[in-house]
Design a protein around this ligand. Sequence first.
Ligand SMILES: [Zn+2]
Length: 345
Amino acid sequence: MKTLSPDRPTTGSLDRSLLQPYRGSTSVFRCPACAAAGGDRAGNNLKIFDDGRFACRKCQGDQGHRKEIWALAGIRGERDRPETPRERRAREARLRERDREERDREAVLARWRRLAPAARDVVFGAWQGRAWCRSDWRDRLREESPTPLHSDPATHWRQVLTLFESDDLVWCGGLADSGKPEHSANFIPVGELLQRDRPPGPRFSGCAFREGSFSRSACNLSKVRLRLLEADALVGFGDSARVPRQPTDDFERELNRMAAVPLVWSMAKLIGFEVIGLIDTGNKSVHALIRAAEDQSAQCLMFSEFIDPDALLHLTAPLRLPGFPHEKTGELSQLLYLNTNRTTA
Ligand SMILES: [Zn+2]
Protein backbone atom coordinates (compact mmCIF):
# COMPACT_ATOMS: atom_id res chain seq x y z
CA MET A 1 0.00 0.00 0.00
CA LYS A 2 1.37 3.43 -0.92
CA THR A 3 1.98 6.00 1.82
CA LEU A 4 -1.12 7.88 2.71
CA SER A 5 -0.85 11.64 2.39
CA PRO A 6 -3.63 14.12 3.13
CA ASP A 7 -5.57 15.72 0.30
CA ARG A 8 -5.52 19.51 -0.04
CA PRO A 9 -6.16 21.50 3.15
CA THR A 10 -9.66 22.47 4.11
CA THR A 11 -11.11 25.16 6.30
CA GLY A 12 -12.60 22.61 8.63
CA SER A 13 -12.39 18.96 9.51
CA LEU A 14 -14.52 15.95 10.13
CA ASP A 15 -16.85 15.53 13.08
CA ARG A 16 -15.35 12.53 14.86
CA SER A 17 -18.63 11.92 16.70
CA LEU A 18 -20.15 10.96 13.35
CA LEU A 19 -17.40 8.46 12.56
CA GLN A 20 -16.70 4.94 13.72
CA PRO A 21 -13.24 4.81 15.27
CA TYR A 22 -10.96 1.92 14.31
CA ARG A 23 -10.14 -0.03 17.50
CA GLY A 24 -10.50 3.04 19.72
CA SER A 25 -8.22 5.18 17.53
CA THR A 26 -8.71 8.95 17.38
CA SER A 27 -7.12 9.29 13.93
CA VAL A 28 -8.24 6.18 12.01
CA PHE A 29 -11.91 5.58 11.22
CA ARG A 30 -14.26 3.68 8.97
CA CYS A 31 -14.61 5.85 5.85
CA PRO A 32 -18.27 7.00 5.74
CA ALA A 33 -18.25 7.23 1.92
CA CYS A 34 -16.80 3.72 1.49
CA ALA A 35 -19.26 2.50 4.16
CA ALA A 36 -22.18 4.08 2.28
CA ALA A 37 -21.24 1.85 -0.66
CA GLY A 38 -20.92 -1.18 1.63
CA GLY A 39 -17.13 -1.02 1.68
CA ASP A 40 -14.41 -0.58 4.30
CA ARG A 41 -15.62 -3.49 6.37
CA ALA A 42 -12.28 -3.54 8.19
CA GLY A 43 -13.15 0.01 9.29
CA ASN A 44 -9.75 1.68 8.79
CA ASN A 45 -9.80 3.46 5.42
CA LEU A 46 -10.13 7.00 6.75
CA LYS A 47 -7.23 8.83 8.35
CA ILE A 48 -7.57 12.24 10.01
CA PHE A 49 -4.26 14.06 10.36
CA ASP A 50 -3.27 16.25 13.33
CA ASP A 51 -4.06 19.44 11.44
CA GLY A 52 -7.58 18.22 10.64
CA ARG A 53 -6.94 17.23 7.03
CA PHE A 54 -8.13 13.79 6.02
CA ALA A 55 -7.73 11.09 3.36
CA CYS A 56 -9.33 7.79 2.41
CA ARG A 57 -6.71 5.15 1.67
CA LYS A 58 -8.98 3.37 -0.80
CA CYS A 59 -9.99 6.38 -2.88
CA GLN A 60 -7.10 8.76 -2.35
CA GLY A 61 -7.22 11.84 -4.57
CA ASP A 62 -10.75 11.10 -5.74
CA GLN A 63 -12.42 14.50 -5.22
CA GLY A 64 -15.93 13.09 -5.61
CA HIS A 65 -15.28 10.54 -2.89
CA ARG A 66 -13.78 13.27 -0.74
CA LYS A 67 -16.83 15.44 -1.25
CA GLU A 68 -19.01 12.56 -0.14
CA ILE A 69 -16.97 12.08 3.05
CA TRP A 70 -17.32 15.79 3.64
CA ALA A 71 -21.08 15.68 3.05
CA LEU A 72 -21.44 12.79 5.51
CA ALA A 73 -19.23 14.03 8.33
CA GLY A 74 -17.75 17.45 7.54
CA ILE A 75 -17.79 20.54 9.74
CA ARG A 76 -16.63 23.72 8.09
CA GLY A 77 -14.44 26.07 10.11
CA GLU A 78 -16.88 26.10 13.00
CA ARG A 79 -15.29 23.77 15.46
CA ASP A 80 -15.04 26.35 18.23
CA ARG A 81 -18.56 27.72 17.98
CA PRO A 82 -21.00 26.02 20.40
CA GLU A 83 -23.61 23.83 18.75
CA THR A 84 -27.12 25.31 18.63
CA PRO A 85 -29.90 23.14 20.14
CA ARG A 86 -31.27 22.59 16.65
CA GLU A 87 -27.88 21.44 15.33
CA ARG A 88 -27.49 19.14 18.31
CA ARG A 89 -30.89 17.52 17.68
CA ALA A 90 -30.03 17.08 13.99
CA ARG A 91 -26.67 15.53 14.88
CA GLU A 92 -28.23 13.15 17.39
CA ALA A 93 -30.88 12.11 14.87
CA ARG A 94 -28.14 11.37 12.31
CA LEU A 95 -26.29 9.28 14.85
CA ARG A 96 -29.39 7.29 15.78
CA GLU A 97 -30.14 6.67 12.12
CA ARG A 98 -26.56 5.57 11.49
CA ASP A 99 -26.63 3.17 14.44
CA ARG A 100 -29.93 1.71 13.29
CA GLU A 101 -28.63 1.12 9.77
CA GLU A 102 -25.46 -0.43 11.15
CA ARG A 103 -27.44 -2.79 13.41
CA ASP A 104 -29.72 -3.86 10.53
CA ARG A 105 -26.73 -4.52 8.34
CA GLU A 106 -24.84 -6.43 11.01
CA ALA A 107 -27.91 -8.58 11.74
CA VAL A 108 -28.17 -9.55 8.07
CA LEU A 109 -24.47 -10.32 7.82
CA ALA A 110 -24.44 -12.30 11.08
CA ARG A 111 -27.30 -14.46 9.88
CA TRP A 112 -25.38 -15.48 6.78
CA ARG A 113 -22.04 -15.83 8.51
CA ARG A 114 -23.59 -18.48 10.76
CA LEU A 115 -24.06 -20.58 7.63
CA ALA A 116 -20.39 -20.34 6.68
CA PRO A 117 -19.41 -23.85 7.90
CA ALA A 118 -22.23 -25.43 5.87
CA ALA A 119 -21.23 -23.35 2.84
CA ARG A 120 -17.64 -24.50 3.23
CA ASP A 121 -18.75 -28.12 3.15
CA VAL A 122 -20.72 -27.53 -0.05
CA VAL A 123 -17.67 -26.00 -1.71
CA PHE A 124 -15.37 -28.81 -0.66
CA GLY A 125 -18.03 -31.30 -1.72
CA ALA A 126 -17.98 -29.76 -5.20
CA TRP A 127 -14.23 -30.13 -5.38
CA GLN A 128 -14.27 -33.74 -4.36
CA GLY A 129 -15.81 -34.50 -7.75
CA ARG A 130 -12.61 -32.99 -9.22
CA ALA A 131 -14.47 -32.65 -12.52
CA TRP A 132 -12.80 -29.31 -13.14
CA CYS A 133 -9.32 -30.38 -12.24
CA ARG A 134 -8.05 -31.05 -15.73
CA SER A 135 -5.66 -29.12 -17.89
CA ASP A 136 -8.27 -28.31 -20.56
CA TRP A 137 -10.63 -26.55 -18.11
CA ARG A 138 -10.51 -23.32 -20.11
CA ASP A 139 -11.54 -25.06 -23.35
CA ARG A 140 -14.39 -26.79 -21.57
CA LEU A 141 -15.67 -23.48 -20.20
CA ARG A 142 -15.45 -21.81 -23.60
CA GLU A 143 -17.40 -24.69 -25.12
CA GLU A 144 -20.12 -24.31 -22.49
CA SER A 145 -20.33 -20.54 -22.88
CA PRO A 146 -23.92 -19.67 -23.95
CA THR A 147 -22.59 -16.65 -25.90
CA PRO A 148 -19.84 -17.77 -28.32
CA LEU A 149 -16.58 -15.99 -27.51
CA HIS A 150 -14.52 -14.04 -30.05
CA SER A 151 -11.47 -16.06 -31.06
CA ASP A 152 -9.27 -12.98 -30.54
CA PRO A 153 -9.20 -12.22 -26.77
CA ALA A 154 -8.08 -8.64 -27.51
CA THR A 155 -11.68 -7.84 -28.49
CA HIS A 156 -13.33 -9.50 -25.48
CA TRP A 157 -13.90 -6.06 -23.91
CA ARG A 158 -16.56 -5.47 -26.56
CA GLN A 159 -18.39 -8.63 -25.58
CA VAL A 160 -18.46 -7.71 -21.90
CA LEU A 161 -19.95 -4.31 -22.69
CA THR A 162 -22.95 -5.99 -24.31
CA LEU A 163 -24.05 -6.88 -20.75
CA PHE A 164 -25.11 -3.21 -20.43
CA GLU A 165 -27.87 -1.18 -22.05
CA SER A 166 -26.45 0.97 -24.85
CA ASP A 167 -27.36 4.27 -23.15
CA ASP A 168 -25.81 3.20 -19.81
CA LEU A 169 -23.14 5.69 -18.80
CA VAL A 170 -20.26 3.41 -17.72
CA TRP A 171 -16.90 4.41 -16.35
CA CYS A 172 -13.86 3.14 -18.27
CA GLY A 173 -10.19 4.01 -17.85
CA GLY A 174 -7.16 3.57 -15.62
CA LEU A 175 -7.36 3.22 -11.83
CA ALA A 176 -6.77 6.94 -11.19
CA ASP A 177 -9.19 8.26 -13.83
CA SER A 178 -11.87 9.37 -11.43
CA GLY A 179 -12.66 12.32 -9.21
CA LYS A 180 -11.60 15.38 -11.19
CA PRO A 181 -13.80 17.31 -13.66
CA GLU A 182 -11.62 16.20 -16.62
CA HIS A 183 -12.53 12.59 -15.80
CA SER A 184 -16.03 13.17 -17.15
CA ALA A 185 -14.35 11.94 -20.39
CA ASN A 186 -14.10 8.49 -18.74
CA PHE A 187 -17.86 8.26 -18.27
CA ILE A 188 -19.07 7.10 -21.65
CA PRO A 189 -22.38 5.75 -22.95
CA VAL A 190 -21.84 2.08 -23.82
CA GLY A 191 -23.14 2.57 -27.36
CA GLU A 192 -20.47 5.19 -27.97
CA LEU A 193 -17.73 3.12 -26.34
CA LEU A 194 -18.53 0.25 -28.68
CA GLN A 195 -17.87 2.54 -31.67
CA ARG A 196 -14.27 3.02 -30.60
CA ASP A 197 -11.29 0.94 -31.73
CA ARG A 198 -10.01 0.70 -28.19
CA PRO A 199 -11.50 1.68 -24.80
CA PRO A 200 -9.70 4.42 -22.78
CA GLY A 201 -8.31 1.98 -20.21
CA PRO A 202 -8.16 -1.54 -18.81
CA ARG A 203 -10.85 -1.07 -16.12
CA PHE A 204 -14.59 -0.53 -16.18
CA SER A 205 -17.50 -0.18 -13.80
CA GLY A 206 -20.14 -2.85 -13.25
CA CYS A 207 -22.74 -0.13 -12.86
CA ALA A 208 -24.20 2.79 -14.78
CA PHE A 209 -23.61 6.30 -13.46
CA ARG A 210 -25.73 9.43 -13.41
CA GLU A 211 -25.50 11.96 -16.23
CA GLY A 212 -22.68 14.48 -15.61
CA SER A 213 -20.61 12.21 -13.31
CA PHE A 214 -16.84 12.61 -13.10
CA SER A 215 -16.29 10.46 -10.01
CA ARG A 216 -17.01 6.78 -9.30
CA SER A 217 -18.32 7.90 -5.94
CA ALA A 218 -21.32 5.85 -4.74
CA CYS A 219 -23.51 8.97 -4.76
CA ASN A 220 -23.26 8.98 -8.59
CA LEU A 221 -24.44 5.39 -9.00
CA SER A 222 -27.50 5.03 -11.18
CA LYS A 223 -28.03 1.32 -11.93
CA VAL A 224 -26.24 -1.84 -10.79
CA ARG A 225 -25.74 -4.07 -13.82
CA LEU A 226 -23.30 -6.66 -12.49
CA ARG A 227 -21.37 -7.57 -9.38
CA LEU A 228 -17.94 -9.09 -8.96
CA LEU A 229 -17.13 -12.32 -7.15
CA GLU A 230 -13.42 -12.49 -6.66
CA ALA A 231 -11.42 -15.26 -4.97
CA ASP A 232 -7.73 -14.42 -4.79
CA ALA A 233 -6.77 -16.66 -1.88
CA LEU A 234 -5.93 -20.26 -2.58
CA VAL A 235 -8.34 -22.46 -0.70
CA GLY A 236 -7.51 -25.77 0.86
CA PHE A 237 -3.75 -25.59 0.35
CA GLY A 238 -2.68 -23.67 3.44
CA ASP A 239 -0.86 -25.24 6.39
CA SER A 240 -4.20 -26.45 7.57
CA ALA A 241 -6.16 -27.90 4.65
CA ARG A 242 -8.98 -25.45 5.19
CA VAL A 243 -7.15 -22.17 5.67
CA PRO A 244 -6.93 -20.11 2.48
CA ARG A 245 -3.67 -18.40 1.56
CA GLN A 246 -2.26 -16.45 -1.38
CA PRO A 247 -0.78 -18.46 -4.28
CA THR A 248 3.01 -18.17 -4.43
CA ASP A 249 4.16 -19.63 -7.76
CA ASP A 250 2.89 -20.22 -11.31
CA PHE A 251 1.54 -23.65 -10.44
CA GLU A 252 -0.48 -22.28 -7.53
CA ARG A 253 -1.72 -19.32 -9.55
CA GLU A 254 -3.02 -21.73 -12.15
CA LEU A 255 -4.54 -23.97 -9.48
CA ASN A 256 -6.26 -20.97 -7.94
CA ARG A 257 -7.84 -19.94 -11.22
CA MET A 258 -9.06 -23.48 -11.80
CA ALA A 259 -10.46 -23.68 -8.26
CA ALA A 260 -12.36 -20.38 -8.59
CA VAL A 261 -14.69 -21.90 -11.19
CA PRO A 262 -16.32 -24.69 -9.13
CA LEU A 263 -16.36 -22.31 -6.16
CA VAL A 264 -18.46 -19.78 -8.03
CA TRP A 265 -20.60 -22.47 -9.58
CA SER A 266 -21.42 -24.14 -6.27
CA MET A 267 -22.23 -20.74 -4.76
CA ALA A 268 -24.55 -19.97 -7.67
CA LYS A 269 -26.29 -23.31 -7.27
CA LEU A 270 -26.73 -22.89 -3.54
CA ILE A 271 -27.88 -19.27 -3.54
CA GLY A 272 -29.50 -18.89 -6.95
CA PHE A 273 -27.62 -16.03 -8.56
CA GLU A 274 -26.72 -16.00 -12.21
CA VAL A 275 -23.13 -16.24 -13.45
CA ILE A 276 -23.01 -14.05 -16.56
CA GLY A 277 -19.28 -13.89 -17.13
CA LEU A 278 -15.95 -15.45 -16.15
CA ILE A 279 -12.77 -13.49 -16.78
CA ASP A 280 -9.30 -15.01 -16.52
CA THR A 281 -7.34 -12.02 -15.17
CA GLY A 282 -4.02 -13.27 -16.52
CA ASN A 283 -2.54 -13.58 -13.03
CA LYS A 284 -3.93 -15.60 -10.12
CA SER A 285 -7.69 -15.32 -10.30
CA VAL A 286 -10.80 -15.81 -12.31
CA HIS A 287 -13.31 -13.02 -11.79
CA ALA A 288 -16.95 -13.99 -11.89
CA LEU A 289 -19.46 -11.39 -13.03
CA ILE A 290 -22.86 -12.10 -11.57
CA ARG A 291 -26.35 -10.74 -11.53
CA ALA A 292 -27.61 -10.83 -7.98
CA ALA A 293 -30.36 -9.08 -6.13
CA GLU A 294 -29.46 -7.16 -2.98
CA ASP A 295 -30.52 -9.99 -0.65
CA GLN A 296 -28.51 -12.52 -2.66
CA SER A 297 -25.37 -10.47 -2.28
CA ALA A 298 -25.77 -10.72 1.51
CA GLN A 299 -26.10 -14.48 1.13
CA CYS A 300 -22.88 -14.58 -0.86
CA LEU A 301 -21.13 -13.29 2.24
CA MET A 302 -21.47 -16.67 3.87
CA PHE A 303 -18.65 -17.58 1.51
CA SER A 304 -16.53 -14.72 2.78
CA GLU A 305 -13.82 -17.22 3.70
CA PHE A 306 -13.31 -17.76 -0.02
CA ILE A 307 -14.37 -14.55 -1.69
CA ASP A 308 -13.46 -10.91 -1.17
CA PRO A 309 -16.60 -9.40 0.40
CA ASP A 310 -15.45 -5.84 -0.40
CA ALA A 311 -15.32 -6.69 -4.11
CA LEU A 312 -18.91 -7.87 -3.94
CA LEU A 313 -20.22 -4.89 -1.99
CA HIS A 314 -18.24 -2.09 -3.60
CA LEU A 315 -20.60 -1.53 -6.52
CA THR A 316 -18.70 1.32 -8.19
CA ALA A 317 -15.23 -0.29 -7.95
CA PRO A 318 -13.03 -0.51 -11.07
CA LEU A 319 -13.19 -4.02 -12.60
CA ARG A 320 -10.74 -5.58 -15.04
CA LEU A 321 -11.86 -5.37 -18.63
CA PRO A 322 -10.81 -8.44 -20.67
CA GLY A 323 -8.43 -7.91 -23.58
CA PHE A 324 -5.66 -6.12 -21.66
CA PRO A 325 -2.31 -7.49 -20.45
CA HIS A 326 -2.04 -8.00 -16.67
CA GLU A 327 0.49 -5.52 -15.28
CA LYS A 328 2.35 -8.23 -13.31
CA THR A 329 2.49 -11.10 -15.80
CA GLY A 330 1.91 -9.48 -19.20
CA GLU A 331 -0.65 -12.23 -19.82
CA LEU A 332 -3.84 -11.04 -21.56
CA SER A 333 -7.00 -11.01 -19.46
CA GLN A 334 -9.76 -12.81 -21.33
CA LEU A 335 -13.28 -14.11 -21.19
CA LEU A 336 -13.78 -17.81 -20.50
CA TYR A 337 -17.56 -17.74 -20.33
CA LEU A 338 -20.29 -15.26 -21.17
CA ASN A 339 -24.06 -15.26 -21.02
CA THR A 340 -25.61 -12.18 -22.62
CA ASN A 341 -29.11 -13.72 -22.67
CA ARG A 342 -31.37 -11.58 -20.49
CA THR A 343 -33.06 -14.21 -18.37
CA THR A 344 -33.26 -12.00 -15.28
CA ALA A 345 -33.12 -8.25 -14.86
ZN1 LIG B 1 -13.42 5.94 1.42
